[in-house]
Design a protein. Structure first.
Length: 888
């Protein structure tokens, strides 16, 4: 096994072995670009070291042989007293872990060679400064010396001299500082700074290996889901210096504009400086274009190199370079980061240039970038006052007048005011207010709190859990420290960052949404480039994707928007959303019914309303499937809060004017009260316990479908039974549903072809999917409840309670309610898919939990072979794109 590769031996595809930096240095070397010679120690060597605590036996000799070859090439030896070869020792893992691991520069300097370097460079200050930097960096990262000790000594030296910046220290000052630094090392590390250059190099290599397992690196990897056993490569590269005078310098550049994708000259240059100086911001950089007048030859060469790199990598590259006395050196390149908009533009530009094909273009963008482009944004060039900060629950930028209750939100918005609904937390009663508001702000609750989930579903801006904000509903105001915001004061809420501002911050709408809404056409000559690029990429995605994309929508308005956004049907219509507002009272009557007659009367009153809802919905989705889910949530959600009602009744009783209805209501509330409502009387259980409820809903669906058929429409209704755990439940409900459908078909003389299926959202349902498929024509995975029940996590509580701790400890990098837990929940989905299809080969399979619009989850659902994903209307473009990327 070979542990060391010369830069001439590697290539860009060897990132596993050589790390990202090493692989790209090798690639550039082999392209004939001016890379300072060097070699890379493989991640394999690192792994051996990490596993056994010792470097592989062969490593020392291999490094020695490569070093000797390097010395021959450079015509000088490492640390040679009269003319030293100096090297950098840099970490470089397969995946970039910015700033997580160690790097040591100027290896090879010693008391002897510093003199030689000064003579060779003709610059004493430069040599002593380089030595000073080595002892500091080496002391800190290799020998574990407290870095503050060096900083303090440096500060003291400047103070003694009466200067404020490092560059004002001269060679004599730095010489003294070197002596001090060496003493610091001896005292703090218990050993002298090593004068033997090879010892310096070996220790630095080991330190880089060790830096793979620092606490912060481990945490970073857990959060970014980078496997912990990859190890890092180590790059040993001959040093070049940008700080050797005005004909030297250092810079960074992009092969095209990372913000717009336009080709041109983008980057910064700093004359007579080293890379660290650019980072430290000691002096101002100049635009890269100015290099042309500073050093035309290097500039021209750089432009040629950038062109070579871009055609070679077929992508935007970013680079770091140094000019040492008029000689250009490439220190690093990689495929560069870019803004979301530039990602789309660059992908299509590269297709036009013939560098990549459409399938590749799809891999160059992602759903998160598209989502980012779909939110309106605050124009931060305007001044703004930060009021507080919470959880970025549902992105977007909303401005409006502060209101503290839903009633006012609705009233004000009806009179044309834009409002922000501010609550401690929201509950189903706030729905009207949330719909009326531009944005929602709560001081409590996490990413799955009611406010967050509902807002995301509506595509409405929401910041939740802004804890510094004290919400006082009674006095209709909020306070943050000394600042008071009264009802009617303007506030601005940024759901993408979680920040809340006082006053009105100007908003710019998203052109991408304007385009999806059909208000902007990409084909027009003056079409915005971004929209044109998005249009093309979406077309590629739609052409290749296998997954269909449906919407979670309960009303015609959402359904129509979903259709404009490309939905191919409705995958989940939550009928409980049709029982809110004015209709709640009717549901209350149903719950309070004592006799069959009362109950039937209540159901009869609901029937025409439900039917009308469905007619609208089927019309807006004409020709496309609409999955209607029968009532799911526990009934108590339709009743008043138990505490509030108890207080009201108690107060009334003390005044001796308790009203009959309240008393009955309270009784019902008590009867329906459950300790664990999520595991209680809900879903199919309601249908089995409340006679006539599901039958009424099925009848409404069937009659609506018949109505649409008679109107020459093409309704494609599917009836979905929630929370089934065993096939017996489904059989009973189906029998009744089949009977009702047959009645409606008979009465209307139409053949309806309604499909009946079930949600798979309980572990038992997934485990017995083979049996359940006997009675179901389709499955839709309810991954919200499935996640809740598989993990035993309450979806309404965990994010606010212990998820933060879990995320911090790296137990998961992202909430399993956001991205499907492939190993647990996903495994159940996979086996249920197989079992279901084994029973019924034409079983239709979809998913309608929140995961349906999550990029990573969409890939998983593609892979397990579902037919469609269903998500909120705003996430449909993202799901389409990711489904395309999964298939390309
Ligand atoms: C689910 O559980 O995933 C689901 C879609 O149903 P709901 O979120 O309405 O419980
Ligand atoms: Mg559910």
């Amino acid at each position: 096994q070979k542990f060391v590769y010369d830069f001439t031996e590697g290539n860009k595809d060897l990132k596993d072995l050589l790390g990202g930096k090493g692989a790209n240095l090798a690639e550039m070397t082999n392209l004939g670009l001016p890379v300072p010679p060097g070699f890379t120690i493989t991640t394999e060597a690192c792994k051996v070291y990490l596993d056994s605590g010792e470097e592989p036996a062969e490593l020392r000799d291999e490094v020695g042989a490569h070093l000797a070859a390097l010395e021959r090439r450079m015509g000088k030896t490492l640390g040679q007293a009269d003319d030293p070869l100096l090297v950098s020792v840099r970490s470089g893992a397969k995946f970039s872990m910015p700033g997580m691991m160690d790097t040591v520069l100027n290896i090879g300097l010693s008391d002897a060679s510093v003199v030689g370097l000064a003579a060779q460079a003709g610059d004493e200050r430069f040599a002593w400064d380089s030595y000073r930097r080595l002892i500091q960096m080496f002391g800190k990262t290799v020998l574990g010396v407290d870095g503050d000790l060096f900083e303090e000594a440096l500060e003291a030296a400047k103070e003694a001299k009466g200067v404020t910046v490092d560059v004002d220290l001269d060679a004599a000052d730095l010489k003294k500082l070197v002596e001090q630094f060496k003493k610091i090392v001896t005292r703090d590390a218990g050993r002298d700074f090593p004068q033997d250059p090879r010892e310096q190099m070996d220790l630095a290599i080991k330190a880089v290996f060790d830096s793979w397992n620092t606490d912060r690196a481990k945490l970073y990897r857990r959060q970014e889901r980078i496997p912990g056993d990859l190890g890092t490569a180590v790059n040993i590269c001959s040093m070049v210096f940008g700080n050797l005078g005005p004909d030297s310098g250092t810079g960074v550049a992009f092969t095209r504009d990372p913000a717009s994708g336009h080709q041109g000259v983008y980057g910064d240059y700093l004359q007579n400086a080293q890379g660290e100086d650019v980072v430290a911001g000691i002096r101002n950089t100049v635009a890269l274009a100015e290099l042309e007048s500073i050093d035309k030859a290097s500039y021209d060469q750089l432009m040629k190199i950038m062109e070579t790199l871009e055609t070679h990598y077929k992508d935007l590259c970013d680079i770091e370079f140094t000019i040492e006395r008029g000689q250009l050196w490439m220190l690093q390149t990689r495929v560069g980061k870019r803004t979301a908009g530039a990602a789309f533009r660059i992908a299509t530009q590269l297709v036009d240039q013939g560098l990549i094909d459409e399938a590749e273009a799809l891999q160059r963008v992602n759903g998160a970038q598209l989502a980012q482009l779909m939110f309106p944004r605050f124009d931060h060039s305007a001044a703004s006052v930060l009021l507080g900060r919470g959880i970025a629950a549902s992105p977007g930028a909303a401005v409006g007048k502060a209101v503290f209750d839903s009633y006012t939100a609705v009233k004000w918005s009806r009179s044309g005011e834009k409002v922000i609904l501010i609550r401690r937390e929201t509950n189903p009663d706030d729905l009207d207010g949330m719909i009326a508001a531009e944005g929602i702000l709560t001081s409590r609750g996490g990413k799955t709190s009611h406010a967050a989930v509902v807002a995301r579903g509506m595509g409405k801006t929401c910041v939740c859990g802004a804890e510094e904000i004290e919400v006082d509903t009674k006095r209709r105001r909020l306070t943050v420290g000394d600042t008071v915001v009264e009802e009617g004061d303007l506030v601005s809420v940024d759901g993408s960052t979680g920040k809340v501002y006082l006053g009105e911050v100007p908003v710019v709408p998203s052109p991408v949404v304007e385009y999806f809404e059909g208000r902007m056409h990409a084909g027009a000559d003056d079409a915005d480039e971004l929209v044109a690029a998005v249009h093309r990429i979406m077309a590629y995605a739609d052409r290749v994707r296998r997954l269909r994309v449906r919407a979670n929508a309960d009303n015609a308005e959402d359904a129509s928007r979903a259709r404009r956004f490309g939905a191919q049907g409705i995958g989940l219509c939550r009928t409980e959303h049709m029982f809110l507002g004015e209709r709640r009272e009717m549901v209350e009557k149903l719950i309070l019914a004592d006799t069959d007659d009362e109950r039937e009367a209540a159901l009869d009153a609901l029937l025409p309303l439900q039917k009308a809802d469905f007619i609208e919905l089927f019309e807006s989705m004409d020709g496309l499937p609409v999955t209607v889910r029968l009532l799911d949530p526990p009934l108590h959600e339709f009743l008043p809060d138990i505490t509030e009602l108890s207080v009201r009744v108690a107060l009334a009783e003390s005044r001796k004017d308790a009203n009959e209805n309240d008393l009955r209501l309270l009784q019902a509330v008590h009867k329906l009260h459950e300790q664990n409502p999520m595991l209680g009387l809900r879903g199919v259980r309601l249908g089995l316990v409340i006679p006539g409820l599901f039958a009424m809903q099925v009848r409404a669906i069937a009659e609506a479908a018949a109505h649409r058929k008679n109107a020459k429409g093409d309704p494609r209704a599917e009836i979905m039974i929630p929370l089934v755990g065993t096939v017996q439940e489904l059989e009973i409900v189906r029998e009744e549903a089949d009977r009702v459908i047959a009645e409606v078909e008979e009465a209307t003389g139409t053949e309806l072809r309604l499909k009946i299926g079930t949600m798979i959202e309980l572990p038992r349902a997934a485990l017995t999917a083979g049996q359940i498929a006997e009675a179901a024509q389709f499955f839709s995975f309810g991954t919200n409840d499935l996640t809740q029940t598989v993990w035993g996590f309450s979806r309404d509580d965990v994010e606010a309670s212990f998820f933060t701790a879990y995320l911090e400890k790296g137990i998961f990098g992202v909430s399993p309610f956001e991205t499907i837990d492939k190993d647990g929940v996903g495994a159940l989905v996979r086996s249920a898919v197989e079992a279901g299809r084994a029973t019924r080969p034409d079983l239709k399979l979809g998913i309608c939990g929140e995961h349906g619009g999550d990029p990573e989850s969409v890939h998983f659902f593609h892979e397990v072979g579902l037919d469609y994903v269903s998500c909120s209307p705003f996430r449909i473009p993202v799901a389409r794109l990711e489904a395309g990327r999964a298939a390309a």
